[in-house]
Design a binder for this molecule. Structure first.
Ligand code: NAD
Ligand code: HSO
Ligand code: ZN
Length: 488
């Protein structure tokens, strides 16, 4: 095998961002590009060559109109597993058994990580904001969690207990009561004992052995035996991502979390062996987009050498090499400003800054799902244990969206409450603007009350308000544990 040489892009001679985006967009959720395997599968299932968007539209329409029958049919077609209304749900006893037989040290690790994630996520949960104006009115912005949330956990290519932690814990921190997990019926999904043990530990009661667009449809529309959810979150392949996009509106969704991406920023002070390890770590998800940006050209040869050396020792060596060769790039920039511009334009899922002064550079980054600072913060710490969710926006969507967190599971309601004197104070303005809009019914709903309380229909504004409104922002105290949260 010839030694690995990752693609080199020189910003002074080419449009680096356009090239990098073209590489990344090969597996974007627009779904135009599809693998030979998927093309064959789609042809076999539908009897015609459908694009991923068309396949997902067809699957969702069938699930909506035919319910469970369509879910079972597509599960058999795509996952080659014949399930029934009885076997689609993982029994509680199977999860309890998986937990009982799991390695104690694995459970200990999961428990410790769960605490890290819960501590971070509970610390950031929004609390209600109250603006009382004494004797006049009270305004409140109240947060409540979604009641029922569906979580997609991938299981096609690998088993991800960490993804269960990174989706379920933020939902628990927000106070979500009903959690539904779907995983493909594979050894790396809903038949994986470690995954079931983690579900049991996290208190997830509803786990279904389904994946892909049919699982998203089942949770969005509801089918026999599966009640519809209010929100669907979690990562997945192209078919999961497209289905989530399509059911948005019927339910809420989180970000589109597709194949992994990392941009590493480095300079002459960076350690080539560490850089190679960081590129490999995300490339082994394969497919993925590993990119190294530097103004120090000699680094690229050194990293190529380190990649070759390290690849030999990996369990997924071939897949990882393939990913580095097909989608990986070194980008040569002229200075720090160019490095920052390129990063902001790419808006990567993960950004790892390993330059001399990572904090200063980080301040200038506006678009990234998660930023890892310095030599001793490999992305794997965030992937597994630090606390923020590893479900992060991919495909450049960190320009406008963010990684999953507890607040995504909360919705806001504004609460407005006026006293008589408050009504009297604001009435004039409301009546005037209502009349301007020609909505005299709106105006009358105010003046009718003024008549009842004996005030003039259009009171003259006092020169000074009787009470000077003094906004005071009261915070509801942060609850200590999610279970103790009082949700009125
Ligand atoms: N960003 C994140 O937080 C994060 C975390 C973990 C994984 N990931 C990524 O999520 C992805 C998970 O992919 P996966 O392979 O495990 O798949 P998956 O588990 O998301 O989906 C598998 C399902 O897709 C359906 N499917 C497969 N081929 C199909 C076809 N041709 N037509 C219609 N449906 C089809 C099948 O029903 C199958 O059960 C990977 O790219 C991984 O890198 C991202
Ligand atoms: N890097 C992935 C998100 O892009 C998350 C993950 C799961 N397991 C390991 N890593
Ligand atoms: Zn990862």
């Amino acid at each position: 095998m010839p030694p690995l040489k990752m693609r080199r892009i020189d910003c002074s001679t080419s449009n680096a961002v356009a090239q990098l985006k073209a590489l990344r967009d090969q597996f974007s959720s627009d779904g135009d590009v599809v693998s030979a395997r998927d093309r064959k599968l789609t042809q076999a299932v539908f009897g015609e060559a459908l694009s991923p968007v068309q396949s997902v539209d067809r699957i969702l329409a069938d699930v909506r109109s035919q319910g469970l029958e369509a879910v079972l049919r597509y599960t058999e077609a795509f996952d080659k597993v014949k399930l029934t209304a009885k076997t689609i749900r993982v029994p509680a006893s199977e999860m309890a058994d998986a937990y009982a037989s799991a390695a104690p040290e694995f459970l200990e690790t999961i428990r410790r990580i769960r605490e890290n994630i819960l501590a971070f996520q509970m610390g950031l949960v929004h609390t209600s904001a109250i603006l009382p104006v004494t004797g006049m009115y009270e305004l409140e912005l109240r947060y409540r969690p979604m009641r029922r949330v569906g979580i997609c956990c991938p299981g096609g290519a690998a088993a991800y207990p960490s993804t269960l932690l990174m989706t379920v814990c933020p939902a628990i921190a927000a106070g979500v009561k009903e959690l539904v997990v779907v995983m493909p019926p594979r050894d790396s999904g809903a038949y994986n004992k470690d995954m079931l043990a983690v579900c049991h530990m996290l208190g997830v009661k509803e786990v279904y052995r389904i994946g892909g667009a049919q699982a998203v449809g089942a949770m969005a529309y509801g089918v026999q035996g599966i009640e519809p959810v209010d929100m669907i979150v979690g990562p997945g392949n192209l078919f999961v991502a497209l289905a989530k996009k399509k059911v948005f509106g019927q339910v809420a969704i989180d970000c589109i979390a597709g194949p992994s991406e990392v941009v590493v920023l480095a300079d002459s002070t960076s350690n080539p062996a560490f850089l190679a390890a960081d590129l490999i770590a995300q490339a082994e998800h394969s497919p993925g987009v590993p990119i190294l940006v530097s103004k120090h050209a000699p680094l690229f040869d050194a990293v190529d050498e380190a990649l070759e050396h390290q690849l030999g020792e990996l369990s997924r060596s071939e897949l990882t090499r393939d990913c580095l060769e097909r989608f990986g790039s070194y980008v040569l920039v002229k200075d720090d400003d160019e490095m920052i511009r390129i990063t902001n334009e790419l808006a990567p899922e993960h950004l790892h800054i390993q330059t001399r002064d990572p904090e200063a550079m980080s301040d200038q980054i506006d678009n990234a799902g998660a930023i890892f600072l310095g030599t001793y913060t490999p992305v794997a710490l965030g992937d597994y244990a630090a606390g923020p969710s590893h479900v992060l926006p991919t495909g450049g969507t960190s320009r406008f969206t963010s990684g999953l967190n507890a607040n995504d599971f909360m919705k806001r309601t504004s609460i407005i409450s006026f006293t008589r004197s408050g009504l009297r104070e604001i009435a004039d303005d409301v009546v005037r603007i209502a009349e301007k809009e020609g909505l005299t019914g709106h105006a009358a709903s105010v003046t009718i009350r003024l008549q009842e309380i004996g005030a003039p229909a259009k009171p003259k504004k006092p020169e000074k308000p009787a009470v000077t409104p003094k906004p005071v922002l009261d915070k509801v105290p942060v609850p200590e544990k999610p279970s103790e949260k009082s949700r009125r």
